[in-house]
Design a protein around this ligand. Structure first.
Ligand SMILES: [Zn+2]
Length: 680
């Protein structure tokens, strides 16, 4: 499989689906209910201000109850009813959950885990992306769905699959992996030797003498070859992308004007989400901030929002799923307090979403998610949740300040490099510390900027970085020589690069860069030489002393890093460098050689931002108050349960923001104009 980028000819836009509205609604599964309930659904949706429903996400078994049969008559009635009630429909392809007959008749469509366990039906996501039978049957149902509904007046966009996707180590994947490797390394003996070199198979007698010997990295007596595992992660990502490509090609053939998206879980590792840029027309994400985390849940939700916006090239995106209140898949599932649902919905809109949608409309009465909240609870419409849903729907439809946000963008001058290969490579055994968790580290850095109200995009390492005065590279572990030179050039050309520990340690084949734990170009840019890693145990801390930043604790990680031209900004008590800064060309390169505590990280990044001229949206706000600028509107969101008073800001002063309250301030007017406040 090769990466394919669609030509940008008359690309459909989210505006084609929103048609001037903020989309509001959620997953709608009428097939789970008798038809006499549907009319009530429509009436209550209209009452709640719902204008969009997502249908068919898990309907394959209903469309095709037995192999080759088709039953679309019920969906005809649903879509006609939706249209007659003035709603739009996001029509999903049902390929994330094949019907039982597929796994029953064709066992090799079922995913096989690395230890040989077959994952069967009775749940969902039981498919192998490399299975020819699965691919053929999936494409066939998508073909018929598209032929029937691509021009239905209710349908506003396509939703491909659901939260891609499963991992698999089966025989189909084995064949697919070998083909993929032949494309990557070349066929025949020369390609095989290139693979042996790339994988470092001289270690532990792993040299391959023939292509047929090469397998997926399945369960083995001890640690696996890291280069093999990284290539396998790339292969599985490409296999899932190939499924997406095949479905998208069918959908576009039937109606090129209808936008295509898929709903991503930001924390899922299966697919390199950057590779979806150019494949979908805009990103959609599912975000479930945990209300138990209090104000910090806002950082998690902001992470999802910033990723979705970045994957959409800065353009508006879709919050495809959130919960109206509790979920049912955590250890303990906390409900959203009054005002929190609205807060998170408006937070997504403030950060660039033009759609605030939920899982799901009517709480399910059966199945695995009975205890997951619905917009319409099991207890009915005379409920706190439904009243909040209705009030929020009304304000999205009627509030001029919110409507003015549609189609506008969020500008960020800071960027965080997000890298799936680094995530994959840091997720296996054999690393310097099991306490190193790539996703956690990236989220810590992002949360620091969130706490400081510094707007930030995510970028891929190879992207043009020149538009960002500040670029952060936390734990960017896998870094090719070319990408290391790219980062060094960014700093030399005047950028401010802040690299975290473990950045640039290995190349794209997981081979250590020679001469110290960093790629040469990065080492030169940072002016630092890393000799040894000194990770810390759980609960162990070391003090970092800094005249410029004040003292702070390191946890999880320290190392033996020597300045080679860089200025030491913070040092451990025994003199090892903790934070350094180096003038490189006309720019600056910082190195953070420890895992700072949250407060320490805030101070490091605040100073790097200040020196690179990147300012907070609003400085000096009370803790837990988020400020975002979208278009000409400043949005202030209070993630605290208690009211706060904002003082001393040019935009807003002596203003009380209620607990979970949101305030919109139009900045274009000569004097800032307040447009809205307080939750219902
Ligand atoms: Zn497979």
């Amino acid at each position: 499989m090769t990466s394919r980028t669609r030509k940008a000819l008359s690309v459909p836009h989210l505006n084609d689906a929103t048609r001037g509205r903020l989309l509001y609604g959620g997953d709608y599964n009428p097939e789970q209910w008798p038809e006499d309930v549907w009319a009530e659904d429509m009436a209550l949706m209209r009452q709640a201000g719902v204008n969009t429903v997502t249908v068919g996400v898990f309907s394959w078994a209903r469309y095709e109850p037995r192999p080759g049969e088709r039953d679309f008559a019920w969906l005809d009635r649903v879509l006609d009813l939706v249209h007659a009630n003035g709603l739009g429909a996001i029509l999903a392809t049902p390929t994330a959950s094949p019907p039982p007959w597929l796994g029953h008749l064709y066992r090799d469509t079922l995913p096989v885990m690395a230890d040989g366990v077959v994952h069967g039906y009775g749940s969902r996501n039981q498919y192998c992306p490399s299975s020819p039978v699965y691919r053929e049957r999936a494409d066939a149902i998508v073909e018929d769905l598209a032929a029937r509904y691509a021009h239905h007046p209710a349908v506003t966009m396509w939703h491909v699959g659901n939260e891609p996707g499963p991992w698999c180590w089966c025989r189909n994947c084995e064949f697919g992996f070998r083909s993929w490797l032949r494309e990557r390394y070349g066929d025949g003996d020369a390609g095989l030797e290139a693979l042996n070199q790339a994988w470092g198979t001289a270690f532990w007698s792993q040299h391959y003498g023939g292509w047929a010997e090469i397998k997926p990295p399945r369960a083995a007596p001890y640690m696996l070859n890291p280069a093999q595992v990284l290539d396998y992660s790339r292969y599985l990502s490409d296999a899932l992308l190939a499924c997406f490509d095949a479905e998208a090609a069918i959908l576009r053939r039937h109606n090129p004007a209808l936008p295509i998206t898929t709903n991503l879980i930001p924390d899922y590792a299966a697919i390199d989400q950057w590779d979806l840029r150019g494949r979908f027309d805009f990103a959609s994400v599912d975000s479930y901030p945990d209300p138990a985390l209090g104000a910090e849940a806002g950082a998690d939700h902001a992470y999802a929002a910033d990723l979705a916006r970045s994957l959409s090239g800065g353009q508006p995106w879709v919050l495809m799923e959130q919960s109206p209140s509790e979920v049912n898949w955590r250890q303990v599932n906390k409900h959203k307090r009054p005002g929190q649902m609205r807060l998170y919905s408006l937070q997504a809109i403030a950060r660039g979403a033009d759609a605030s949608l939920f899982f799901q409309w009517r709480q399910a009465a059966s199945g695995a998610e009975r205890f997951h909240a619905g917009m319409l609870p099991n207890a009915g419409p005379d409920t706190r949740t439904f009243r909040e849903v209705t009030d929020h729907g009304r304000e999205l439809a009627e509030d001029d300040g919110l409507k003015a946000l549609i189609g506008t963008t969020v500008t960020a001058r800071a960027a965080i490099i997000l890298d799936w290969p680094s995530r994959w490579a840091l997720s296996w055994r054999g690393k310097p510390s099991e306490r190193v968790d790539y996703q956690r580290i990236v989220k810590q850095w992002h949360a620091s900027l969130w706490r400081q109200n510094i707007a930030v995009d995510f970028v891929r390492v190879s992207d043009d970085l020149s538009g960002y005065p500040l670029v952060l590279a936390p734990a960017l572990h896998v870094l090719s020589t070319a990408d290391a030179e790219h980062l060094a050039r960014y700093a030399a050309d005047g950028g401010c690069l802040v690299a975290g520990y473990l950045t640039g340690t290995v190349d794209q084949t997981t081979r250590l860069h020679p001469g110290g734990y960093q790629a040469a170009a990065l080492r030169e840019a940072l002016g630092v030489f890393v000799e040894e890693f000194h990770p810390l145990d759980e609960g162990e801390t070391e003090l970092c002393q800094s005249a410029d930043l004040g003292d702070f604790d390191a946890l999880d990680w320290t190392e033996l890093a020597h300045p080679r031209g860089a200025q030491v900004i913070a040092a451990l008590k025994d003199g090892r460098a903790a934070v350094t800064r180096n003038a490189h060309g006309s720019g600056t390169a910082w190195y953070v050689a420890v895992q700072p505590c949250a407060d320490g990280l805030d101070r490091i990044l605040a100073e790097a931002a200040r020196q690179s001229g990147v300012e907070p949206v609003v400085a000096g706000l009370p803790r837990g108050v988020e400020a975002v600028r979208r278009g000409d509107t400043l949005v202030l969101l209070n993630h605290n349960a208690e009211a706060v008073v904002i003082r001393g800001s040019a935009e807003v002063s002596d203003t009380e923001l209620p607990g979970y309250g949101v305030l919109l301030v139009l900045l274009r007017a000569s004097a800032p104009e307040h447009r809205q406040d307080s939750p219902q």
